[in-house]
Design a protein around this ligand. Structure first.
Ligand code: AHR
Length: 634
């Protein structure tokens, strides 16, 4: 059998890339990779999520209330927290508030960096502490001399190093003060913030353990800011990148599309720095004129949004002396970020069907495409739909008028269906596979989305996914890469269970899913050029892709997987690279399921509550035999 594939040169100038889509779902941004520890730090609100004191609790009889002051901290943050008015029964000691964090706060002996803004005259000091929610234990605290004055918002910054680690994450962050030292008996607070050390020590940066897990996957791509999050719930509440710039007090927050208010702390600069710190190629998604409720921007009203997309591109990649490049430079990054991929909208075949999709096919995509190409001929423009079978009702985007564009395809599938993906792109135009995951088990309820997603990425799902990845990778002359989605889940915000990483406040919960190991293995063996293969067996149950990697001196790579759901037979494999002589050394890494003989068998997964990793990884040095072939068993 002569395999298809064998595309001598990838046109994208980099190896086929493994990466991820990020949007804030499952508290994967706030309460996730964005390292801020305080939940509801600035009393932000939106149409869907009213302002509240949620996640704050009074200390020593303080009364807590939301105020909308005539002189707020900023236009972006108009609500604040009034702390004072001790109720009867509490006559001594400092009053204040505590915040429970994102379902707890992990506390260890490291430097926490915090700040809060106060309005109202106060002579005295504040005490900021990290303390147990269960016992009287205070793990660390710091005194902060008041700079608070009448009629002005004053920022108080501090550092706090706990004297000991907390035994668990059931802890709070508290701020107290002496009400007797205040002029009015109360103080107004806003933007209460606390960060642990962050990934690469970025201010306003990423949570270290999650960022390290993503970086260690050796990913190549970051697609952002969604997903559904980009689209927004309505046409006037989409993820507007301009709202995410600059000091946190100028960021109004975002009416999230996944059931919670977002801070906008993880803004466009933070995404760009994330990509830079992990050396990731960016796929920047620009808003395309369609919201999740089906609001469509008519043709005659679209130009301002196209201009806005061009401004956003200039902000990311324009020179420091361009209008928007200068704003980026002012935020500390004069060097343009590398930007090769821009996607217009997200899943435009889905929301607002048929009007949303018709408008995309008829004018929206082309208008954006033409404008972006005119200004940036080298950027690869991506449509948010596939040529066919994108999973929606009618998806055949006609690429004839935008022939240099590629599509985006999102197979959330069963393992059996992902195996069928293997030759999906053998005769198609280019696409990114902008979201892919095994989400539903084989044989489940029809249609797929009427049934539940499985609890966590599981072994059989990961193997099905691996076959689809092999299929995409062997078409890498037209497919620059694949993106796992969604990427992370806080175990306390259960919306979409199938994610690469799971975690909670307690770092011990951080878990790399089964599928992380597959993606990581493939991502650690990049192929810059696929090579043709011949075989005496057809594809199935063994599937493969082969190639060489010019960045590693032409190293030869074979990647394969066995998908065998009907019996447990192993498959002998013999791989002979043309020109490789007997005795040549290779490194062989094989993943197997350690739990295949347990009750869950092929449905086993890495469970954050047990911490057991079911993926067995074995790496060995092997040598080509007398025939020049490497022989092993999968
Ligand atoms: O990844 C979860 C969602 O799935 C994304 O927001 C959307 O693009 C897709 O439908």
């Amino acid at each position: 059998v002569k395999s298809s594939g064998g595309n001598e040169t990838g046109k994208f100038g980099h190896p086929f890339g493994y990466g991820f889509l990020h949007e804030d779902i499952n508290n994967s941004g706030d309460g996730g990779i964005y390292a801020e520890l305080i939940q509801n730090r600035a009393f932000q609100y939106s149409r869907s999520f009213p302002v509240s004191t949620a996640h704050y609790f009074p200390i020593n009889g303080a009364s807590l209330s939301i105020q909308n002051l005539s002189e707020p901290l900023s236009k972006a943050l108009p609500a604040s927290l009034r702390v004072g008015g001790r109720s009867s029964g509490y006559s001594t000691g400092k009053i204040g508030f505590e915040n429970e964090g994102y379902w707890g706060i992990g506390v260890s002996q490291q430097k926490y960096t915090g700040s809060f803004w106060v309005k109202g005259a106060y002579e005295g000091s504040f005490t900021a502490s990290l303390q147990s929610n269960l016992t009287d234990d205070v793990f660390g605290s710091v005194e902060i001399k008041s700079k608070a004055v009448d009629g002005e918002w004053v920022e108080h910054e501090f550092e706090l190093v706990p004297e000991k680690d907390a035994p668990n994450s059931n802890n709070t962050f508290a701020v107290t003060f002496d009400a007797a030292g205040t002029k009015k008996g109360y103080l107004d607070f806003n933007l209460i913030s606390l960060f642990p050390p962050t990934y690469k020590n970025r201010k306003n940066g990423l949570r270290v353990d999650l960022a390290e897990a993503l970086a260690e996957m050796n990913a190549h791509f970051l697609r952002f800011p969604g997903g559904n999050m980009l689209e927004g719930l309505t046409n006037d509440t989409y993820w507007d990148w301009k709202d995410t710039l600059g000091p946190l007090k100028e960021r109004p927050g975002f009416q999230g599309v996944w059931g919670y208010q977002q801070t906008h702390g993880l803004g466009i600069m933070e995404y760009l720095e994330w990509a830079e710190d992990m050396d990731l190629q960016i796929v920047l998604a620009v808003w395309g004129g369609l919201a999740l409720n089906g609001d469509v921007t008519p043709k005659e009203a679209l130009q301002p949004f196209i201009d806005d997309a061009l401004n956003e591109i200039e902000f990311v990649a324009g020179p420091a002396d361009s209008t928007w490049g200068a704003k980026r430079a002012a935020l500390g990054h004069p060097e343009p970020f590398e930007l090769n991929y821009v996607e217009v909208g997200n899943e435009d075949w889905l929301a607002g069907y048929p009007g949303g999709w018709d408008s995309y096919r008829e004018y929206r995509f082309q208008m954006f495409h033409d404008a972006i190409k005119a200004a940036h001929p080298d950027i690869q423009v991506i449509a948010s739909s596939a040529t066919s079978d994108g999973g929606g009702p009618d998806k055949a985007l006609d690429f004839s008028k935008t022939a240099d564009a590629i599509g985006d395809y999102h197979p959330y599938r069963r393992p059996d269906e992902l195996v069928e993906e293997f030759d999906r792109f053998d005769n198609d135009i280019g696409h990114i596979v902008g979201e892919v995951a095994a989400t539903h088990v084989n044989g489940g309820q029809e249609p797929r989305w009427d049934g539940p997603l499985y609890s966590y990425p599981w072994w059989q799902g990961a193997v099905g996914e691996a076959i689809s990845l092999l299929g995409y990778e062997r078409n890498s002359d037209r497919i620059p890469g694949t993106f796992y989605a969604p990427v992370m889940k806080n175990e306390n915000r259960f919306q979409w269970p199938i994610t690469l990483l799971q975690y909670a406040a307690d770092p011990k919960m951080t878990t790399r899913a089964v599928t992380w190991y597959c993606w990581s293995l493939f991502a650690h063996s990049p192929i810059s050029h696929t090579l043709p293969t011949t075989s005496n067996s057809s594809y199935g149950p063994l599937y493969w892709v082969s190639g060489r990697d010019d960045a590693r001196n032409g190293a030869l790579v074979w990647k394969g997987a066995v998908y065998n759901t009907t019996n447990s037979s192993t498959v002998p494999v013999s791989v002979h690279f043309q020109g490789v002589t007997p005795g040549t050394k290779a490194s062989l890494t094989v993943l197997t399921n350690n739990a295949r003989n347990t009750t869950l068998g092929d449905y086993s997964y890495n469970d954050p509550y047990t911490g057991v990793n079911i993926v067995n990884t074995e790496t060995s040095e092997v040598r080509a035999g007398a025939s020049g072939a490497f022989k092993f068993v999968l």
